[in-house]
Every structure is written in structure tokens, then in C-alpha cells.
Write a protein that binds this ligand. Structure first.
Ligand code: SF4
Length: 104
């Protein structure tokens, strides 16, 4: 079996990315800067899965965590991070889950 120079270069980049843990992410911009997934308890992770939490609202900013009654913003947080009463932990202000409810 032989490889072209291009196949070797592309394969090398792929291996490097896999080694860095970057392959399998849906995109570098999709990482949630507000949530350290490794720091979540099993219960917190389970709640996120059950309520289909996403770091970016698929419904736009109109139905994002920052406009939800269960969101509490972190003071002076330039990233727009906060915490959620339902998910019992940190969330992204631009995120969303099934329990979104307009702030009144
Ligand atoms: S309930 Fe859902 S939409 Fe509302 S703040 Fe929590 S995670 Fe965001």
C-alpha cells in the first residue's frame, strides 16, 4: 500500500487533531466557555441531557437562557455566563433547554 504526499499530510494533521482531542467536537466555536463539563456532577450532567441543554440556542437569542426566568447572570461576566435553577449549575446566557420560560 502506498500513499500520496497529500494523503500523508492530511492524515498527519488528522492524527495531530485526534491527539489533541479536537476531533469529534462539532466545531471549535461550539465549546461552551461557561461550562466546564468535567466539573459537573453526574446529576448535573444528567439534567442537561434530559432537558437537552445547548450552549447556543437553536431558537436564537429570543429564546436564550439570558431571557429565561430560571437564569441568574454572573455579575460582571463579559462572556454572559450565569447559572440555572433548573439545571442546578452554570449555563451560557446564549444557551437553551427544553424548560425555557420567558422572564416576566
Ligand atoms: S431553564 Fe433552560 S433555558 Fe432556562 S436558564 Fe436554565 S438552561 Fe437556560
Amino acid at each position: 500500500m502506498s500513499f500520496t504526499r497529500r494523503e500523508v499530510l492530511v492524515g498527519g494533521v488528522g492524527l495531530a487533531l485526534a491527539g489533541a482531542g479536537l476531533v469529534g467536537m462539532s466545531g471549535c466555536g461550539d465549546a461552551d466557555p461557561c461550562v466546564d463539563a468535567d466539573a459537573l456532577t453526574t446529576g448535573q450532567a444528567s439534567l442537561r441531557a434530559s432537558f437537552h441543554y445547548e450552549a447556543r440556542s437553536p431558537h436564537g437569542d429570543e429564546k436564550a437562557c439570558s431571557g429565561c426566568q430560571f437564569f441568574a447572570a454572573r455579575t460582571e461576566d463579559a462572556l454572559g455566563c450565569g447559572s440555572c435553577q433548573i439545571l442546578q449549575g452554570p449555563v451560557n446566557g446564549r444557551g437553551h433547554c427544553d424548560s425555557w420560560s420567558a422572564r416576566t
